[in-house]
Design a protein. Sequence first.
Length: 628
Amino acid sequence: MSQTGKKKSLLQRFAGLFALPRDEDERTDIRYEGNAMARILHYMRPHIKTFLVCLLLVLLVTALELYRPQIIGGAIDQYITGEKNAEVIAAGKTAWEGSEQAEARFQGVLLASGKYLLVLLALFVCNRFQYLLMQRMGQDIVYTLRNELFDHVQHLTMRFFDLTPVGKLVTRLTNDVEAIHEVFANILVRLFRNVVKIIGLVAVMLSVNARMALYSFILLPVVMVLTVVFRLLSRRAYRITRTKLTAINTYLSEHISGMRIIQVFGREQRKYEEFQKKNDGLFRAGWREMMVFATFRPTLYMLSVVALAIVMFTGGQAALGGAITVGMLYTMLQYVGQLFEPIQELAEQFSTLQNAIASAEKIFTLLDTKPLLTDPEQPKTISPVRGRIEFDHVWFSYTGREEDWVLKDVTFTIEPGQSVAFVGATGAGKSSILNLIGRYYDIQKGTIRIDGVDIRELSREEIRRAIGQVQQDVFLFTGDIASNIRLRDESISDEAIRKAAHEVNASRFIDRLASGYSSHVSERGSTFSAGQRQLLSFARTLAYDPAILILDEATANIDTETEQWIQEAVQHLMKGRTSIMVAHRLSTIKHCDRIIVMHHGRIRESGTHQELLQQGGIYKKLYELQLT
């Protein structure tokens, strides 16, 4: 390889340390178009008085820090290197001890030391008080923001959760919110402090000795250019790191939840390789971020040392020539040393601020996500709910595209207290009908009514309060059995919980547990069998005493004995309630008042169990298949 080729290769490798390519994870992130910083500051309005107090403390701290070098510089000139003091030193130790002038200088040194200690104490008190105020303000704001974010997420529609990974939402509520905490707890006040300190240092240095100050400012243009470049690189690096962190959190959330499937199919090695790839992406993003800082900090430090050397050289010559005093030289050296510190902090704080803004953009993008479903401004009410359900020429698609119709011109009526079952092949549209009754999605054509009122004219809260739904996939929360049945609704008494559990035969296994209804429930109820989880789901639904009962494959994961218990309870519970069932096991729905057969999104047959068998259509074929 030629010398030119080697140089080119080395340059490419060096440039690669700072290369921040856009990858798939970053391309899939939606960019926030608004002013994130202005929106962040909006959350500070209730705490504006606290913030102003902190700014006043910053001004006081800055003044004290600017005063510190002058105390020592003045003491050097007045009590240590002054002409009279030189005479005392030349006279020897005895003259020092007996001289009134020496005693006065010694007292002066003690006084200067006392002033210095008082300044340090004042700095400690002010910094401590300011730190506590800002941390408290930051925690309050983050507390408010996290509550607002979680409340917003809870009201988003099911379509949003169909498309958004759980890990991404967890990252928004934890890591990204915590990044914003840094803005209020540290960045804003420190930015203000460093700007004030730089302005104060420049002003004081020019007033002490303008010539030496100008010498020390020679490298400031280089520092400014370096700071701008650093800010641009660090902003991009932060954004990529946050995106990579979101990607790895999403991956972990999904695959830890599905660890059973991974182990059942022996895919540990493959999943490890996938995780290693994502982890490597996060590592590289963090490495690039570190390289940006590792280049900026030493370079800025080197420039500060060069500036210090320039002042020391020019100031030393001036001091030897008698143009300035030693105390003034010391003061200027201290100021030069302090000048580059806030510049470095300012650049790094801008980078941290960019990190927070990148997180804020993701948070506000989520907050600006509008629910696909909205309640009317003045919703109608139904009291009490009788349970009459009508589908009037309903067309529905999850994507909204006509070529993806799930339901096609579906029309039926369920009278109050009637029990109706929907059957059909997978993908026929049975579960979609149940989702539409609870208005988890909106239809594109037609009308759905409850007790004669279009459900789009009702609030979703009222609709779902009237519906009790038991699904095939039961979700139990960490806590105890009672809290999982009550779902934190304290209006449901312990007696009502026990009654509901007894009616669905869940009490048969709960009473055998050592702690009964106080027994611990782990995440997703993993310590209970599928049948036990389903029984608890029944008890949960019945505790709310709904007018409409929906059973979506509620007995699919239950053994024969448990199914018998539930069938007994279901027969009792369906009395006086509109009941809708979806089941593949046709033996569980023979008792229903009506059975509707779905096929490719349309109603093909309708009638009782015996009527459908006599028709000899789709239902009879399904029934005969299950008998064989």
